[in-house]
Design a protein around this ligand. Sequence first.
Ligand SMILES: C[S@@+](CC[C@H](N)C(=O)[O-])C[C@H]1O[C@@H](n2cnc3c(N)ncnc32)[C@H](O)[C@@H]1O
Length: 235
Amino acid sequence: MKPFINNIDDIMELLDSQVESISWNDFYELRNHPANFIIQKELPDENLVEFFDKGIPKKSCIEFGCGEGRNAIYMAKQGTTVTAIDSSEIAIQNAKDLAHEKSVSVNFLCQDALKGSTYGLYDFAYDSGMFHHLAPHRRLTYIELLKTILKPSGYFGLVCFAWGEDCADEVDDWEFYQQRERVGVAFTKERLIELFTPYFEVIEIRKYRNGVPDTIQGLDFMWTCLFKNRIEIEH
Ligand SMILES: C[S@@+](CC[C@H](N)C(=O)[O-])C[C@H]1O[C@@H](n2cnc3c(N)ncnc32)[C@H](O)[C@@H]1O
């Protein structure tokens, strides 16, 4: 780490150094968590299927924290050109293998989603379970990234832990940096609105629905959100 703070990037790096992140490679290798997205790894999110059925623009999509590729592969099967990013080599290799098995093409990238800057422009950005693992200061980086990669009137879909469901860390941003163990941050609906509405219009925020056939089950402790870029297409 640099010895002195000269700019905002240095502050961000300093804060990064205060936060131990989850070892996702270990998580995928050990497979010792009964996480639904590991067990039902070929099924997409029900809200994603609904977004697509309702006709959101979807020629091109970028997915952050794609894991083993279940949602990226679903989107590619619908004819969407998909770039899907995850920082775990094991998850990306498994995702590539699954896409190959299903004969679909996805541009899988193994990298820290927040470090890439040349992703291009997309109709739709999707994140099922990465955002809630980011440290509070990195949420700012994330929102800046979203602003640069979403087309005017483009959509952003998010699935994240819901506050009050006893599923994740119910902490404010000050408490986050004091924690020793972290599961992921739970959000209230109000906090999600506060974070995203300066740049994105809320189309929908609701709880995940179980029971929809051919979609992953057991995520009803999550929010599903659909936002739309406030920057509109010029006519
Ligand atoms: C809870 S898992 C969800 C996986 C997948 N979206 C799913 O639902 O099947 C979170 C994923 O985010 C990835 N991740 C966390 N932080 C990341 C970052 N900064 N850049 C890229 N991927 C990240 C992890 O490797 C992990 O695969």
